[in-house]
Design a protein around this ligand. Sequence first.
Ligand SMILES: Nc1nc2c(c(=O)[nH]1)N[C@H]1C(S)=C(S)[C@@H](COP(=O)(O)OP(=O)(O)OC[C@H]3O[C@@H](n4cnc5c(N)ncnc54)[C@H](O)[C@@H]3O)O[C@H]1N2
Ligand code: MOO
Length: 421
Amino acid sequence: MSRSSATSSSRPPPPSGSRPARCSPATRADRLDSVEAHRDRILGLTAPLPAVTVPVADAVGLVTAADVVAAVDLPAFDHAAMDGYAVRAADVATEPVVLPVAGVVAAGDAEQPALDAGTARRIMTGAPAPAGADVVVPFEWTDRGVEQVRIDRRVASAQNIRRAGEDLVAGAVAVPAGTRLAPQHLALLVAVGVESAAVHPAPRVAVLATGEELTSGQVPDSNTVAIAAAAAPLGSVVRSFGPVPDDPARLVARLAEAAESADLVVTTGGVSAGDHDVVKAALRDRDAFWFGSVAVKPGRPQGCGVVTASGGRRVPVVCLPGTPVAAYSSFRLFVEPALRSLGGVARRASARAALDAPVAVSSDRTVLLPARYVGPGRVAQLPGHVGHSQRLLASADVLLVVPPGAAALPAGSEVEILPLG
Ligand SMILES: Nc1nc2c(c(=O)[nH]1)N[C@H]1C(S)=C(S)[C@@H](COP(=O)(O)OP(=O)(O)OC[C@H]3O[C@@H](n4cnc5c(N)ncnc54)[C@H](O)[C@@H]3O)O[C@H]1N2
Ligand code: MOO
């Protein structure tokens, strides 16, 4: 029961499009779904956001929606890799050798006339290499002459000229689809003449904390801060629409408002069995929502679904429990994969680490235990169960993900970990 009697039983039109029709309904109140099953349920509501074309300079952190192909060769033209003299290798096969200097070429100069046999041309790093030259002899190996140059070393083979396309040829894939663009990718794309790229846009995440104790100021809203801080480095744009009081009508209105400008809405609180569990009260009767229990400690009560924004745009909603430790660990378990999916990042294997000391836990649920790195790839459980301790969570580097039914885990065992960021 809610504080307000204005519960919503609105049923949105059946979902359509690429996303699955609806969340599968909870069967029995006491049924526990596995972590994987709930994650898959949420991933079933998300798909990579449709690609947009953005200028390369604005694309850092976004994921390429298609292979990006080099428009021009890299380098674009044959050029000197050293300051020195462009010569023909055959002319410097003996030492010392003296050659007349026929001209000077600097970076930025136009294409050069071919180099005559038996001559040298002063050339600066980055300058176009004249046809016929296959070696740049560095100044350090010469007397640096202006009219003529004495070359003191025998140069055995072609060197110090970077050939057009030797790094990447026009038409080759510069950055494959599915790459999260980092500064070095942007530099490569600019270098190969690409001005814009098709990327999945940054997912827009709306965070909606709920609870009268938050709106009254009795309890500070730490969930919104944690979720926003966790989602932003994953390449999302985060906006808070909370906190919302325990009034289903207001929750429904705020959810609709949030969905208009979001690709994913995350609510916290109001999903367990209390009299004022507003999220569940407002949404549980909708066909497109599921509420139930997941076999994980902490984080048992969970929900998810879809709301329809204007234009029929379907926006997934993940409803996390309110208890701060459960909210944050549930974000890592369920929301982070959804954000990756929306952003076009392929699913990846879970992170793992080796236990530095045995872990004794036996539960019919997945148990999340706070742990710290004690060396590369080695973690040690922190004393105490994370339970609802925000202090303990804040001293952890990772949460150990101990699967249901695991017997005592000996030192050295590889376990799944959830990095906490
Ligand atoms: N009879 C039952 N009671 C509870 C059950 C249950 O199965 N049966 N489940 C428990 C578990 S497990 C959890 S977790 C919590 C989840 O409850 P809700 O999702 O409904 O969350 P709230 O009741 O709204 O809040 C719980 C707790 O967290 C504090 N909170 C909430 N939001 C925030 C926020 N944004 N920032 C900081 N703290 C927040 C809130 O004040 C409460 O103390 O239910 C158990 N109960
Ligand atoms: O399982 Mo609740 O999620 O204890 O914190």
